[in-house]
Design a protein around this ligand. Structure first.
Ligand SMILES: [Zn+2]
Ligand SMILES: [Zn+2]
Length: 129
């Protein structure tokens, strides 16, 4: 499922402008949503939700459902509409990812839940063969 392409412009409390971009799956129900920041006190996160009528910040618990090719936890909020994060594809990020894979195949993660593959920050030592 492709990512929703909704974007809006808002004035920040400091007089600047922000441009929230929706992170939900396309054609989702309800308001659009962009992650803003984690809330360590509750384990949730603050999201900016908006519609044609305006926007607001809301504190929401994390979805936490795991799945996808790597067993990652969904990064969206609990009871979000449309697909979980690992099934939502941002075409721009996907194009970047494919180009990175083409040029730097050594950065590819091993598929499979619970198997932390050697990431870009871990230099393979001699014991890795
Ligand atoms: Zn949206
Ligand atoms: Zn989810």
């Amino acid at each position: 499922m492709l990512q929703c392409t909704a974007v809006t412009a808002v004035r920040t409390p400091h007089g600047g402008f922000g441009h929230p971009m929706c992170e939900l799956g396309e054609e989702h129900e309800g308001e659009h949503a962009e992650f803003c920041w984690d809330d360590d006190a509750t384990g949730g996160a603050v999201w900016f939700r908006w519609s044609a009528l305006g926007g607001r910040f809301v504190l929401l618990p994390a979805c936490e459902v795991t799945g996808g090719a790597y067993g990652d936890a969904c990064t969206l909020f609990r009871n979000h509409p449309a697909a979980h994060a690992w099934n939502v594809v941002d075409p721009t990020l996907e194009a970047v990812r494919q180009e990175l894979e083409r040029q730097f195949p050594e950065l590819l993660r091993e598929p499979g839940p619970g198997r932390p593959g050697p990431g870009p920050e871990r230099e393979p030592g001699p014991e890795w063969g």
